[in-house]
Design a protein around this ligand. Sequence first.
Ligand SMILES: NC(=O)c1ccc[n+]([C@@H]2O[C@H](COP(=O)([O-])OP(=O)(O)OC[C@H]3O[C@@H](n4cnc5c(N)ncnc54)[C@H](O)[C@@H]3O)[C@@H](O)[C@H]2O)c1
Length: 268
Amino acid sequence: MKRLENKIAFITGGAGGIGTACAERFIAEGAKVVVADLFGDAARKLADRLGPDAFGIGVDIGDEGSVKEGIEAAIKHFGRIDILFNNAALTNPASMTLDTDVVNIPMEVWNNTLHVNVTGSMLCCRHAIPHMAANGGGTILNTASGAGLAADVARVAYGVSKAGVIALTKYVATHHGHQGIRANAICPGPVVTPLSLELAGDMMTLIKRQMPLGKLGVPKDIAALATFLVADESEYINGEIITIDGGTMAHHAHVPDMQDYLKSQAKG
Ligand SMILES: NC(=O)c1ccc[n+]([C@@H]2O[C@H](COP(=O)([O-])OP(=O)(O)OC[C@H]3O[C@@H](n4cnc5c(N)ncnc54)[C@H](O)[C@@H]3O)[C@@H](O)[C@H]2O)c1
């Protein structure tokens, strides 16, 4: 039996880099997938490519009416929702570029980022949970980020929003576990997608130096972890925040410099 046989998954940001890889993997594991994305045409195009086990819809997670309609459309199409994967985030490069530090960030960028990433994920939980509870339970997976665990050179709003997603996960896990609903979050490190290359470019190579495995993450790495965390085999994991970054956050900041220093001493 496949790991997600007979499961119905609702993936927000499903048309993006990581969302697409997860939609493909969930379907390969036997699930039916609702690809929900701000860009409805992209979501429908992807669903057409994935076949009858996929259903594409336009949903703005920052708009409660749109979320409610999207969840209802998904239930009408596939009958229920077993898995909510809150993967969408405000990743628009124009906004990300203005997301700097607390002194300089435009308030509009701060507010939009927190609204989409935290409130948007909360709204999807708010409208999916009653259906899941009525069906005896379900699984929620939220995408946070390493940026929610430690500060980066910029993107204060993004980091704070992802810390909010981490807290949201723990509250949902605590409040809805008794209804058979569990919630976990993943914190990816840098993952190679068209968007991350556009935003970070050469910096991705610098970051690689911090990675004990010496390689950047790719969307299928995230899809493998997501599949495990939404499948029944992880049914006793609830309220956990799981980092997936090749070991980047496992060491002190000075380690790569110290390793270079020790190598130079050994040579001398
Ligand atoms: N790529 C990375 O390096 C990385 C690292 C850590 C965390 N993440 C997180 O992983 C998730 C997926 O990121 P990605 O790299 O695939 O980015 P992406 O930009 O390729 O995908 C994000 C998707 O979310 C959609 N979206 C944006 N706003 C939305 C809204 N209001 N309603 C519905 N959909 C909306 C976009 O249209 C897009 O398809 C995000 O939560 C991101 O913060 C990514």
